[in-house]
Design a protein around this ligand. Structure first.
Ligand SMILES: Nc1ncnc2c1ncn2[C@@H]1O[C@H](COP(=O)(O)OP(=O)(O)OP(=O)(O)O)[C@@H](O)[C@H]1O
Ligand SMILES: [Mg+2]
Length: 336
């Protein structure tokens, strides 16, 4: 496992993408907890309006405001290091779009005939990418925000974004080209340039969450290749999630010695040992296949040349304790 610190040093905005269902929300939350160790203040942003973060932290739905939801890794279990605070913000992209239209064009009143869905469809048709730039704009604003009066101190030490899936991430982050047509449509242009400057700077890193299966690995490799083509965008780490540990060392594909296994089971006082030995042997073979597949997929990811971190499958499911465990894994492996 390699850990190149350049993916964390100086990075203020961590964008977490990955194939749907591979654990983006979970890993983004764990990363926020990890980053919030040692007294740092972190903002965790959700951008798809699904309240996944609130669910994860057993909190009531998040308002459209930054709210403290947890204490960072150092504060939990390690009393020598006070944990910083994790704040969360759920951005509702449709709400942000409607607010924008209302503010600059008075469309909310002018468009009374249009339903909410109609307004969003209309805005998307005349200004594709507008909703994305409003969302990325909020994240970059939070990452750059300074404490009033100090002029220099940042409000947040890091911002973590639970971002759209790999299929959408290129378009989502490619602010400049997506938004260039909008110059005609509204005052968003200057804002878009600021946003693009942050996204395409060493202050932003895009991390990929991936499980060790064919489709997620392929999507990760495609996503990395796509982002590398966008000038200035920095690909960060690949976080392998839900990895299953290899339970046994050695050559797993070597067929087990059935008579010896049967004898051992008999000696252990178990009944119907013949059947039991056969079942065990079948499970061993299945485990061997899975470990082999994981190793193959891991090698493919390695070839992409990004630092790789690995988080275990937590069979008991994800609760707050599990999130802290994943955060500790990330810190131990040099992330954050
Ligand atoms: N390391 C893990 N061990 C066990 N379960 C996990 C782990 N990581 C994620 N999960 C579970 O996998 C499921 C998907 O995770 P999550 O919601 O974070 O994925 P996602 O990529 O954000 O999904 P979506 O694309 O729907 O937003 C959840 O039920 C989550 O609890
Ligand atoms: Mg999610």
């Amino acid at each position: 496992m390699t850990a190149r610190d350049t993916d964390w040093d100086g990075v203020r905005l961590h964008v977490v993408t990955g194939k749907g269902g591979t654990g983006k929300t979970t890993v983004a939350a764990a990363l926020a907890l990890a980053l919030a160790g040692s007294g740092r203040k972190v903002l965790l942003i959700e951008v798809e309006g699904r309240q996944g973060i609130a669910r994860l932290f057993d909190s009531s739905p998040l308002p459209y405001a930054e709210r403290k939801i947890a204490i960072g890794q150092g504060g939990n279990g390690d009393s020598s290091r006070p944990g910083g605070d994790v704040y969360a913000l759920a951005i509702d992209p449709e709400g942000a779009l409607l607010d924008y239209l209302a503010m600059f064009y008075g469309m909310r009143s002018a468009g009374k005939a249009l339903t909410r869905v109609g307004m969003v469809d209309f805005a998307t048709a005349i200004a594709p990418g507008l909703s994305d730039v409003l969302v990325t704009g909020k994240a970059t604003e939070a990452a750059r925000r300074r404490v009033a009066g100090t002029g220099s101190r940042y409000v947040y030490d890091a911002v973590v974004m639970d971002a759209p899936p790999t299929g959408r991430i290129g378009r989502f982050l490619n602010v400049t080209t997506e938004v260039s047509d909008l110059a005609k449509v509204g005052p968003v242009r200057a804002h878009a340039d600021t946003v693009a400057n942050v996204i395409r700077s060493p202050q932003t890193a895009v991390h990929f969450v991936c499980t060790l299966e064919e489709m997620p690995v392929q999507e990760t490799l495609d996503g990395i290749a796509e982002l590398r083509k966008i000038k200035g965008i920095q690909v960060g780490g690949v976080i392998v999630n839900m990895a299953r540990p290899a339970l046994l060392a050695g050559d797993l594909h070597q067929a087990p010695d059935l008579p010896a296994l049967t004898a051992a089971l008999t000696a252990a006082g178990l009944g119907d040992t013949g059947q039991l030995a056969a079942d065990l042997a079948a499970e061993l073979a299945e485990h061997a296949d899975r470990v082999e597949l994981q190793d193959r997929e891991r090698a493919e990811l390695d070839a992409a040349g990004q630092p790789i971190y690995e988080l275990p499958l937590i069979t008991e499911g994800i609760d707050l304790a599990a999130l802290y465990r994943l955060a500790a894994e990330l810190r131990d492996q040099g992330a954050a």
